[in-house]
Design a protein around this ligand. Sequence first.
Ligand SMILES: Nc1ncnc2c1ncn2[C@@H]1O[C@H](COP(=O)(O)OP(=O)(O)OP(=O)(O)O)[C@@H](O)[C@H]1O
Ligand SMILES: [Mg+2]
Length: 449
Amino acid sequence: MDNILVVDDERNIRALCSRVLSEDGVIEVHGAGTGKEGLQMADDVGPDVVLLDLRLPDSDGMDVLRALKGRHPEIAVIIITGYGQIQSAVEAMKAGAADYLEKPFEHLDKLKLAVARALEEVRARREIQRLHQLQEKQNRVDQLVGESEATRQLRDMIGKLARSEAQTILIHGESGTGKELVARGLHYQSTRRDFPFMEVNCAAITETLFESELFGHERGAFTDAKSAKKGLMELADRGTLFLDEVSEMALNSQAKFLRCLQERVLRRVGGTRDIKVDLRIIAATNRPLELRVKEGQFREDLFYRLNVIPVHIPPLRERKDDIVPLARNFLNDSNLRSHKTIRGFTPEAERLLLNYPWPGNVRELRNLIERLVILGTSDYIEPAHLPVQFSAQAPRAAQVEPLDESRTLAEVERAYINQVMQKVEMNKSRAAKILGISRQTLRKKLMEE
Ligand SMILES: Nc1ncnc2c1ncn2[C@@H]1O[C@H](COP(=O)(O)OP(=O)(O)OP(=O)(O)O)[C@@H](O)[C@H]1O
Ligand SMILES: [Mg+2]
């Protein structure tokens, strides 16, 4: 339903607007008698259009207009002026008002028409904004980067599932593996993409809040419920609901949610009617749900309902082929964002990245690269730039031989280089690769002999 707010100190103007505009039952009209009250209501009810009297008992209408446009730039404001106030109406239009109406309203059709036009304008503005956001998100979503077999399969599966009618999907993976990215991918590649992707983090929300957030509430359902509110499930109708950290949902909420999941209907808090919703539900967890079931913290029936189509994202250490492509990709991003031109990683640095176990998975990799780029001053990222825990995963070369106190580092290095050269039948490219240095460096080291 469209929301209109009338800010005017004359009670009969408010009543008239309310009567005329809510006639067809598609517009809800709120009224405020002062500027202060008007701004407060605008925050509370989020109107699409405000009808604003320029002469208010407590404030200058122009100030109210500016405050409104400042706080809610998407709202369309129609100025109401008294007879002979055309000049101020013109000024108001310059300050961002969409239109003006003169009091007394002689032709009620004019009022209706002005409101209809303003609503149209707001809708168009919102649509453009939404398309912009959509495009941004989509660009991001196509970037499930990685060359590992696991990631290829994942991209494949996302494509297939997105196009399918699958109603419930459960994503499992350690923290930072890309669960949210996959969930968004599933939404934005599906036919549901033109409808909302709504997200709720089950760990970050209390049991009481969970219900009103998800199911919404009727007016008066509890002390603060001054007006009825749609919940996320209703708002996500025809789109996707993403339940993040679903393992942390309170047991009571689980019971209530189970019904929605089974019947795809919900009841607002304090409400009596069932509301049907068409939703794809994607849940994500980094704790194995089976374990939570065993611990008695997760309902078994809900688990089976959610686990219709499980999608597993392996940890980064189990898909090493992704590490370098991801690192390069994040390097490009970070370069762009911080106006840097770091060109890459030395082979030895790449090797350290590959040997590291990445407990924080892709997120840790992304954060690391971002930090390196911000702090970086050289052309290439070298081992010395990486945090100590990377070198602690010592390259095996350092441990090849038992301790011999008579040997210098240079001697050990030379011996190791020779050993490698023998092994690769003197092929310098292959040797350089194993040693993690460039061919030029290898050539220099060989010349030193
Ligand atoms: N394959 C990938 N390609 C590109 N970026 C990725 C990939 N996987 C993860 N990322 C990025 O890594 C970061 C973490 O991903 P995301 O938030 O999806 O992980 P998560 O599994 O939801 O983590 P958590 O369990 O902590 O919520 C994000 O910035 C995401 O864009
Ligand atoms: Mg997440």
